[in-house]
Write a new protein. Structure first.
Length: 169
């Protein structure tokens, strides 16, 4: 089982003490922490702090696709991605580069997805991924749970432009 910390969606932020207590429960294998800071030093500090709280064998995974490459290169064990199911190529390349210790490549690949990251930060990852699925022909327009609304046509145009550069990945 994985502990899922997602303050943007849930409005709840785990204190370090609560995170340690929850992760000590039997059956917990991983924790998906909130997005790490974008700066490598801050990301490394956060991951080290969390890791020190956890029982042996519990992995630290990052969420927040826009800062995932930073988190992976700062020592996270996993990336719980919202985008990887639709664009596995570049997401796998980021993960493999980080695992190989090649932070420069991991960050460069992540930077190539910056238009999508900006849209996620502006509109939320679920709405953006739904629109990406629509643009890839994998889902109808507005395939979102209510009350969420689909992105407007201007955002869809930005998604199409962003996808043009990554489809070959």
């Amino acid at each position: 089982m994985s502990v899922y910390e997602n303050p943007r969606t849930t409005g709840v932020t785990f204190s370090d003490r609560l995170l340690a207590r929850v992760c000590a429960l039997e059956g917990i294998a991983s924790v998906k922490i909130a997005p790490v800071p974008a700066d490598p030093e801050g990301a490394s500090r956060r991951i080290s702090t969390v890791r020190a709280l956890l029982p042996r064998g519990v992995t630290v995974g990052v969420s927040g696709d826009p800062t995932a490459a930073v988190g992976l290169t700062a020592g996270a064990d996993a990336w719980y991605s919202v985008l990887a199911g639709l664009l596995p190529g570049p997401c796998l390349e980021i993960t493999r580069a980080a695992a190989a210790g090649d932070a420069r490549t991991a960050l460069a690949i992540s930077d190539s997805l910056s238009a999508l990251w900006e849209l996620m930060l502006a509109h939320g990852s679920l709405r953006v991924v739904s629109a990406v699925a629509t643009e890839l022909g994998l889902a109808p327009t507005g395939a979102l749970p209510r009350p969420l609304l689909p992105l407007d046509q201007a955002a869809h145009a930005r998604i199409r432009a962003a996808l043009a550069g990554v489809r070959g990945s």
